[in-house]
Design a protein around this ligand. Sequence first.
Ligand SMILES: Nc1ncnc2c1ncn2[C@@H]1O[C@H](COP(=O)(O)OP(=O)(O)OP(=O)(O)O)[C@@H](O)[C@H]1O
Length: 256
Amino acid sequence: MEDQMEKQILKTQNVHLNYGDFEALHGIDLTFDAHEITALIGPSGCGKSTYLRCLNRMNDQIEGVKITGDFKFRGNDMYSDDIDIVELRKQIGMVFQQPNPFPMSIYDNVTFGLRVAGVRDKAKLDEAVQTALKQAAVWDEVKDKLDQNAMALSGGQQQRICIARALAVSPTILLLDEPTSALDPHSSRQIEATLLQLKEHYTIIMVTHNLQQAARIADKTAFFLQGDLIEFDDTKKIFMDPAAEQTRDFITGRFG
Ligand SMILES: Nc1ncnc2c1ncn2[C@@H]1O[C@H](COP(=O)(O)OP(=O)(O)OP(=O)(O)O)[C@@H](O)[C@H]1O
């Protein structure tokens, strides 16, 4: 049972989400295995980002949102009243579409979460910076300028700093919402290579509009359409032999 919970690290059942009267998610069941990359794909407005944001309770702040269903992280109810949301977001970190480093040094960006958590030990912070920047595959490029403003870096470097910032607090799961859509192809491929390395240590759930990207790096792929989960399977199966006609139509570019 314990092993099963560690493998199926995050499990949602019958997730419905309403923005006011509009139901954006119509009962989503998805189970995410540890140390895998799962891609969420589907045409614009199908609910991918809405669903992703449910996974670290980012929709809670939006007025008029109603969420029902079962969300289990390591077997525990993520939406129970006594959950510490700050702690939950440490465990389930998020990286956004637009690189959003804070207007401060690279070092201060990466240590931000740890300092908020009260870590003051310089040696500990130094070590965390080095580890996170190495994991995010940007250490070699920035190691000699850690005190420089992160805003001065290229878009691709900024995004890897944001990944490092998310990793520095030692999350279990990393959520990424179209992490490469604002980047050039070279930077995108660098991020993809980084994500492939990261899955050894983390579980990765990623919204992407780039079908080739999903095919290249995701172990599993979930296809959403108008608030429904149409199909969820091994990425190979989704792209080579999908079960549903709508998936086939989307993959072959007939819509979306
Ligand atoms: N804050 C909000 N208030 C009201 N409706 C919203 C809100 N955010 C999203 N929606 C609606 O919910 C539906 C799903 O949106 P969502 O952004 O999750 O889709 P998506 O698949 O991620 O789209 P995209 O690929 O364009 O980012 C859309 O119809 C959208 O207009």
